[in-house]
Design a protein around this ligand. Sequence first.
Ligand SMILES: *[C@@H]1O[C@H](CO)[C@@H](O)[C@H](O)[C@H]1NC(C)=O
Ligand SMILES: *[C@@H]1O[C@H](CO)[C@@H](O)[C@H](O)[C@H]1NC(C)=O
Ligand SMILES: *[C@@H]1O[C@H](CO)[C@@H](O)[C@H](O)[C@H]1NC(C)=O
Ligand SMILES: *[C@@H]1O[C@H](CO)[C@@H](O)[C@H](O)[C@H]1NC(C)=O
Ligand SMILES: *[C@@H]1O[C@H](CO)[C@@H](O)[C@H](O)[C@H]1NC(C)=O
Ligand SMILES: *[C@@H]1O[C@H](CO)[C@@H](O)[C@H](O)[C@H]1NC(C)=O
Ligand SMILES: *[C@@H]1O[C@H](CO)[C@@H](O)[C@H](O)[C@H]1NC(C)=O
Length: 461
Amino acid sequence: MGPSLPLFILALISLSRPCLCSYREDPFHFDLRQTCVHDCPTTTTHHHPYSGVSNIWNDLDVMPENMFEFEYDDEIRSRQNNAPAPAGSTVVDVDDFGAKANGSDDSKAFKEAWEFACNTSQGAVMVVPRNKIYHLKPVDFSGPCNSPLTLKIFGTIKATANHSDYRRRQWLYFDNVQNLRVEGGGIINGNGRTWWLNSCKINTTLPCSEAPTAVTFSQCSNLRVARLQIKNSQQMHLSFKKCVDVKVLDLFVIAPGNSPNTDGIHVTGTHNIHIKNCVIRTGDDCISIVSGSQNVRATDITCGPGHGISIGSLGAGNSSAYVSNVIVKRATLSGTANGVRIKTWQGGSGYAKNIEFQDIMVHNVSNPIIIDQYYCDHHKSPCSKQVSAVQVSNIVYKNIRGTSASNVALKFNCSQMYPCREIFLQNVAITSSQEDKEEHIAEASCSNIRLSYRGNVSPPC
Ligand SMILES: *[C@@H]1O[C@H](CO)[C@@H](O)[C@H](O)[C@H]1NC(C)=O
Ligand SMILES: *[C@@H]1O[C@H](CO)[C@@H](O)[C@H](O)[C@H]1NC(C)=O
Ligand SMILES: *[C@@H]1O[C@H](CO)[C@@H](O)[C@H](O)[C@H]1NC(C)=O
Ligand SMILES: *[C@@H]1O[C@H](CO)[C@@H](O)[C@H](O)[C@H]1NC(C)=O
Ligand SMILES: *[C@@H]1O[C@H](CO)[C@@H](O)[C@H](O)[C@H]1NC(C)=O
Ligand SMILES: *[C@@H]1O[C@H](CO)[C@@H](O)[C@H](O)[C@H]1NC(C)=O
Ligand SMILES: *[C@@H]1O[C@H](CO)[C@@H](O)[C@H](O)[C@H]1NC(C)=O
């Protein structure tokens, strides 16, 4: 089945939803500049009785299965295109290229081993031996390669702490590689302490500057990253940038809860990515999904500490941003600043649409469910009031339960001119984590949002 049917269903949903404002809406032509024709409510507190929206939900129930065509059969695909290097493949051990793992710099050996492995035509397995610690400066692992390549990290790779070794914002940089696997159960250590101490978020007397991302995959296709521990990154741990067909599984990503900007997994401009069975405990977003990303699936994710699972920020500096078709399913967040968040800057344009958060547990999370269209990073310049916004629509929250560390368990602070549309809440039960005290009752704060309920939703708007 082509993608047109789910789109058609979505179009039906948008046509049949209860309407508070009229939009000029051609479902087959997405207009980024839809405006409210009638006065839009500044604050919505309407409860749509379930009976009134049952058709919507019946349609929605079919949606998740059909919506994600890319839920390609991972196993079949990997057998076809990304199988482990065949029996005749060349084993390339970094030690054979002069890596010492004795505290001196092993970058040259890794580069030469990569170039050799990438050049072989029968497939290659590049090996980083176990029980050793290899020290690396920034290294490029560039493609295209002549055949599928597997990088087996059994031991530890540790980053140089000397800031003048970095002339750019990436430490390990995989660029333009097809049919790559990175796995092995070893450790990638960004050794980020000195970067954190130099962050303006830690030492406010210092100017703000960026630190390197530990592992970047740029323009890779048919990529699989599995069974690794990635820790103490300089800034972000793992970034997927302009990649297609990516499988990320069984990762353990860890850094102190107070380490600045140490996002776990960052997805940008990437299509068809499945992040599965990962434990992420860091100082910033557990998973962040930003512009140009579509067909993103995150399942069986454990987060905390950190800032939770985030779509955005989007639309910074008046930019256009586009994120669509995201499913976050079976996630547990503990002690995080946010649970599931969508954040956009004022002045942006574009959209964040067709997003589903399902089967989410929150434990003592400060903002369990949040859409913030007034996001502003106060460490940069203050944000002035602006009219335009990234349009947020067709967002499903289904089976979300647990406890909130703040009284505001649900927060929808949407744009006045571009209210959040087609927000669906089904079976949401969030209580205050201090509900024993009378003044702590979970509540919802809802501005400029058009939503529908099904099942029990507590607290309601
Ligand atoms: C590591 O081994 C290399 C080559 O044997 C040697 O030149 C270097 O001094 C050693 N470094 C340390 C820190 O021991
Ligand atoms: C790549 O492989 C070809 C053919 O085996 C060889 O001639 C060439 O020198 C290799 N290049 C590198 C950089 O290893
Ligand atoms: C850091 O690296 C720079 C240039 O790469 C070098 O000159 C300097 O000696 C290094 N510092 C330390 C402490 O190793
Ligand atoms: C913050 O940075 C300044 C300037 O480098 C330095 O003098 C000061 O000791 C730092 N403070 C802390 C707490 O590290
Ligand atoms: C964004 O647009 C607003 C309104 O047009 C303008 O005042 C502001 O300077 C712009 N900001 C940037 C970063 O371009
Ligand atoms: C809940 O979170 C708050 C703020 O993050 C924290 O102060 C409190 O100790 C946490 N409570 C529990 C039971 O973990
Ligand atoms: C929405 O965000 C704006 C800007 O940060 C803030 O002034 C306002 O109080 C927020 N509204 C609610 C209901 O939280």
